[in-house]
Design a protein around this ligand. Structure first.
Ligand code: GTB
Length: 213
């Protein structure tokens, strides 16, 4: 049985923003059962968890003695091993992987930078002056992504692990309303959210995060 780790209780209270949601989603897309071990913030930095995740973070993935960390690597492993998340054609597979990397390498960093600026740097004397730069650095790649997508359903024709990762990355912009500034990306994210596998993953993380211990 596959075991993943997640926050014992996510700070978002179950909005699906923590990264275990994308792993849950991938597991649902390929139809694999899994169990979840909750980790407290304190336990994240203890040796037992650091042995699984060198940076003291969630999620991790364990199956038959294999331990993986980094959501991109976990989802790539699942997608290569099980049908449903990568096309058969080698070139199309490689394109889907390009999008997986683009999601975590090109789109996620400026999103995290904006989240950090808004949540943790607001009281700094330079916060107000820096914010337009942070917003511009995010708007540029989002505009480019939106231009690429145009009115296509998915990034490369059919749904792939690249879309799964990209949709979960941009969903981080939904609660602030920022995603609505890019209607084609908002519609793209909504298509991802509408997939039955996402719905199952979302419901599971919500139940987990609102469970009584
Ligand atoms: N690159 C790694 C990966 O993709 O696996 C990043 C993993 C990561 O950032 N994990 C975060 C974590 O463990 C949780 S998801 N943080 C604890 C720590 O670093 O000490 C990031 C996250 C957390 C909370 C919310 N939220 O509440 O809205 C959203 C996203």
């Amino acid at each position: 049985m596959i075991t993943i780790t997640a926050f014992d209780h996510s700070p978002d209270g179950g909005k699906g923003l923590a990264r275990d949601t994308r792993v849950r989603w991938a597991l649902e897309e390929v139809g694999l059962p899994y169990q979840v071990r909750g980790v407290t913030f304190e336990a994240l930095k203890q040796p037992a968890h650091m042995a699984l995740q060198p940076f003291g973070q969630i999620p991790t993935f364990e199956e038959d003695g294999l331990v993986l960390f980094e959501t991109g690597s976990i989802i790539l492993h699942l997608a290569q091993k099980h049908p449903g998340l990568l096309p058969q054609d080698p070139n199309a597979r490689a394109r889907a992987m390009s999008w997986m990397f683009a999601s975590v390498n090109t789109i996620e960093p400026p999103i995290l930078d904006m989240a950090t600026a808004r949540l943790f740097e607001r009281d700094k004397p330079w916060a107000e002056a820096r914010m337009p730069l942070v917003v511009e650095r995010l708007k540029k790649p989002l505009t480019q992504l939106s231009n690429w997508l145009a009115d296509s359903e998915w990034l490369e024709g059919t749904f792939t692990a690249g879309d799964l990762m990209m949709v979960h990355v941009i969903l981080r912009l939904k609660p602030s309303g920022f995603l609505n500034e890019f209607p084609s990306l908002a519609a793209y994210a909504a298509r991802g959210e509408a997939r039955p596998a996402y719905q199952k993953a979302y419901a599971a993380q919500l139940e987990f995060n609102t469970r009584k211990i």
